[in-house]
Design a binder for this molecule. Structure first.
Ligand SMILES: [Fe+2]
Length: 392
């Protein structure tokens, strides 16, 4: 049962505030709104399904990112804050052991209550208190909450990407092939990067152990992989499910939804290797941080748009996350932060590989040349793809 609450403070305008405070408020409003904009195409039924343990229902994402602000910002710093329901602390905690028990991740799709409407009300409630805090907190205390707000917004942007990728995974199971967004047309281009991956498939790449890491080979056989995730073979050709529905693969696009194992096997077949993350970052530092991000509305990697033979690295940012051969491990000098927020990522630095560059589901303001994403080597429901490297 929800508690009775006092009347929440009204949302703020930023006129007359110091620039630092004003900027933080505007960024908070922009990020929170962007999350809800991603949900506009959804039907109510789309919010609640969990298609596998790694994925979460959209409703859960919407609530969890609000729980993050409630737990780490409002409860410590807004003295009059009350949660709409104390049980949300249990339902929407993801993995923070230091703040209490958590509902089992694989069962998030079993939770029909709170309803989607309840969760939107929860978001509004958190927003009202957060904006009130940002407007009214003493200038002396602003430096204490700024890092938490910044982390909360970065966290919410990560979940924006997960909303897109988890949604795609869920919708892909529907034989009606639902359309989340209309397809944008592809411009004519000179190169056909997907052709290279198709040649790997046609050469029997998925069936030849010599190209695969031992764990990768075991996974290919166990999962019966024959092509990237979301690909279906029909009449000798390949279709792929996209967020614009099912359609033939387009040779002008880079391959996506491949695991580390597939990226590595393809590289070996091609006589190349995956880059280290240091190599990737050194090259990325020489080009603008621009690309096909979520704001493009494409929700799929764009065709390769450089001239054949061009020496410039193409599409380092956006389109697909690029697997590197580097394990996600601490940089020298890294220390896990004290307290619950120290659980944010340090405890996951085992059995994961680093991906770089962002994808067509990543918010543009979220990415930077130094950004390290990480996933286990068998994961492929993210927009993950391949960049090859060769020794000079
Ligand atoms: Fe999270």
């Amino acid at each position: 049962m929800a508690r009775e609450l006092r009347a929440p403070p009204t949302a703020v305008t930023t006129l007359g505030l110091a620039p630092e405070r004003q900027g933080l408020i505007e960024r908070y409003q922009q990020v929170r709104q962007s999350t809800e904009t991603l949900c506009k195409p959804l039907a109510i039924e789309d919010y609640v399904i969990q298609s596998m343990p790694d994925c979460s229902p959209t409703k859960w994402h919407l609530a969890h990112v609000s729980w993050f602000f409630e737990t780490f910002l409002l409860k410590p710093f807004a003295s009059d804050y009350q949660s709409p329901d104390p049980d949300y602390a249990y339902l929407f905690n993801s993995y923070y052991n230091a703040v209490g028990d958590k509902y089992p991740r694989p069962q998030r799709g079993l939770i029909s209550r709170p309803t989607v409407d309840d969760v939107y009300r929860y978001r509004k409630h958190v927003d009202e208190y957060a904006l009130d805090l940002l407007e009214c907190v003493d200038a002396a205390d602003l430096p204490k909450i700024m890092p938490i707000v910044t982390l909360g917004l970065q966290h919410e942007q990560q979940h924006q990407e997960l909303i897109v990728t988890d949604l795609k995974h869920m919708l892909s199971h529907n034989p009606l092939h639902p359309v989340y967004t209309d397809r944008l047309s592809n411009p004519a281009v000179e190169v056909a990067p997907l052709q290279w991956y198709l040649e790997f498939i046609r050469d029997g790449g998925y069936g030849r152990a010599e190209y695969w890491l031992s764990m990768g080979w075991a996974t290919v056989q166990q999962e019966r992989w024959r092509a990237p995730l979301y690909w279906e073979e029909h009449d000798g050709g390949w279709l792929q499910y996209t967020l614009s529905g099912l359609r033939p693969v387009d040779l002008a696009e880079p391959v996506t939804h491949v695991s580390y194992f597939e990226a590595d096997a393809y590289a070996r077949w091609a006589g190349a290797r995956l880059p280290t993350e240091a190599e990737w970052e050194m090259v990325a530092a020489t080009v603008p941080t621009q690309g096909n991000f979520v704001e493009s509305g494409r929700f799929h990697p764009a065709p390769m748009h450089v001239s054949a033979g061009s020496p410039a690295p193409a599409q380092l940012f956006g389109d697909v996350w690029e697997w590197t051969q580097s394990s996600s491990s601490p940089y020298p000098g890294f220390r896990i932060a004290p307290g619950a927020l120290g659980e944010y990522n340090g405890k996951f630095m085992c059995n994961q590989y680093v991906l770089r560059g962002g994808s067509c589901a990543t918010p543009e303001s979220h990415i930077r040349p130094t950004y390290r994403n990480f996933f286990p080597p068998e994961a492929r429901w993210q927009f993950s793809g391949v960049r090859l490297a060769q020794d000079a």
